[in-house]
Design a protein around this ligand. Structure first.
Ligand code: ATP
Ligand code: MG
Length: 273
């Protein structure tokens, strides 16, 4: 006999297959989310408010937000985290990384399919990652795929069918370009994801990833960074680094256990500021 418990369990089991790209989401948040600054919590909290708006408001079945900021500041990981935390039954990532070698028409149809699939679920999140790469925008001569751009413009403005609700989270590194393309105004809200610019934020990251064996070693490294001209005063600090790049510098410095601090300082100074 199949009882209600079995039925509910079966529902739970099909739930991921229905429309959550768990692996894909996990992959882009591979290194977790480090709470190195209040801005990180603010971004996640604001994201959560939009999730709740989609979940509860009947007046706004479509909400779209844009996460923009310099390369490697953590836009994709934050977008995916907000999406994942929603626990909506349909969560998909549209990423240029999954469309390598696609022609224009193939891209348009892949993007269309994700949105069409989302309309079958009562609550959905679609992450449109790296818009400029999706439309093949190049700074040289400002060329791009108009077919993909037009598809996005339509999909970002289209209300889902009755009874369906959708949150779109897009990311971009070239915010000003989106205005030129007519893409900026389709978003209900935008959030800037800044690079790490203070020594205290940097120290939080170092502590979190346990780069130094002791807190004394970490403090010594912080002094070295200060002497090198980095400071905790955002105005005068020379520090400007995306979390993505910082994490990779940290892993490189880790390879040289005897001179971790020197390695790290060297890499940060090497940023050319
Ligand atoms: P790109 O400009 O190349 O698209 P990005 O801004 O999308 O880069 P991500 O690809 O999201 O940056 O890379 C951020 C990396 O840092 C991820 O591996 C993520 O797990 C890790 N990370 C750690 N802490 C944070 C944080 N607070 N916010 C975002 N990402 C974080
Ligand atoms: Mg990204």
């Amino acid at each position: 006999r199949v009882n209600r418990g079995d039925f509910m369990q079966a529902l739970e089991e099909v739930h991921p297959a229905f429309g959550v790209s768990e692996e894909e989401l996990a992959q882009v948040i591979q290194n977790g989310i480090i709470h190195y600054d209040t801005v990180v919590d603010d971004l996640l909290r604001t994201g959560q408010l939009f999730v709740e708006q989609v979940r509860t408001s009947t007046r706004t079945p479509l909400v779209s937000i844009l996460l923009h900021g310099p390369p490697g500041s953590g836009k994709t990981a934050l977008g995916a985290s907000i999406a994942q935390a929603s626990q909506f039954p349909f969560i998909k990532l549209i990423s240029p990384d999954n469309m390598v070698g696609f022609g224009e028409a193939q891209k348009v149809s892949a993007i269309n399919k994700v949105f069409a699939d989302s309309y079958k679920s009562p609550l959905s999140v679609v992450v449109v990652d790296n818009i400029e790469r999706l439309i093949d925008w190049t700074p040289m001569g400002a060329r791009f795929s108009n077919a993909v751009l037009q598809a996005l413009l339509v999909l970002l403005a289209r209300r889902p069918p009755k009874g369906r609700r959708l949150l779109v989270i897009a990311t971009s590194t070239v915010r000003p370009i989106l205005t030129d393309l007519g893409l900026a105004e389709v978003f209900d809200s935008e959030m800037r994801v800044p690079p790490i610019s203070t020594l205290s934020a940097l120290e939080r990251v170092l502590r979190e990833v346990e780069l130094f064996p002791t807190s004394e070693a970490r403090r010594a490294a912080m002094r070295m960074l200060q002497e090198a001209g980095f400071s905790s005063d955002e105005e005068s600090s020379r520090l400007q680094i995306g979390i993505k790049k910082l994490l990779s510098m940290i892993e490189m410095a880790r390879q040289e256990p005897d001179s971790i601090a020197e390695r790290l300082t060297g890499s940060l100074l090497g940023l050319g500021m």
